[in-house]
Write a protein that binds this ligand. Sequence first.
Ligand code: KIV
Length: 288
Amino acid sequence: MKTKKIELSTLAEMKRQGTAITMVTAYDAPTARLVDEAGVDTVLVGDSVANVVLGYADTVAISMEEMLHHTRAVSRGLTRALLIGDMPFMSYNVTVEQAIENAGRFMKEGRAQAVKLEGGGWVADTAAAMVKAGIPVVGHLGLTPQTAGMLGGYRVQGKDAQSARQIFDDALALQAAGAFALVLECVPDRLGELISKRLEIPVIGIGAGANTDGQVLVFHDLVGIKAGFSPKFVKQYAQAGQILQDAVADFCAEVRQRTFPAEEHSFRIADDQFAALEAALNKNTSGS
Ligand code: KIV
């Protein structure tokens, strides 16, 4: 597995070479270590941590402090992959100053190498100001979960000519603003391909077909931990949820049968040591 640290320039070069870029989410240090060692190129501390891990109904409620907490944890587990922090709803939407300050916190406190923000042309000025301040930015277009309500819910975007054109124009605006990559979520595969071909920056798809410059999946979806509804674009590469549940059930059964812990899980002392120890205990309890 390659060990050279992934930089922004690595991703640009991968696009030039036609090498597919991999991105997965992670929300804690052990998962970060695991995906890093598996060879993933970029790790996103997605605001999906809100519903995937923290039990929120959607991503809207999560705070800057919660995102920073998880980003810091992930940074401690990475050595190779590029770390991207996801800016939560309303952390970049009020003023440009607020956006720069919060994005700066992702880098200074969260130790992220870049931030991601959702939205099109209307966040381009904000993205440009962040880039000018020295903060690398990833855009996010198509289905943008923070504003899913305004898009008619969690549904495929860009299916008609007008909305496809809008997504394309937004992508160009983000590129012109200096974004170094774009996440494109839930659009028809041929639109994903078209936008990837027309943009100079890498386009990382999720539900955007096979011909984008890279692919991103939520870790819990990929390994089959998440319960409930799974979107069409998810492929489960393992059923880790079942494996974990079976392991815990086996633990419960062995504890109840008193077959765990076994001798190899216990700390043993020699008979004479134990005799001395028992005598000392007896002495104390008798008070003599
Ligand atoms: O929050 C997230 O996990 C994301 C990915 C699905 C791209 O934005």
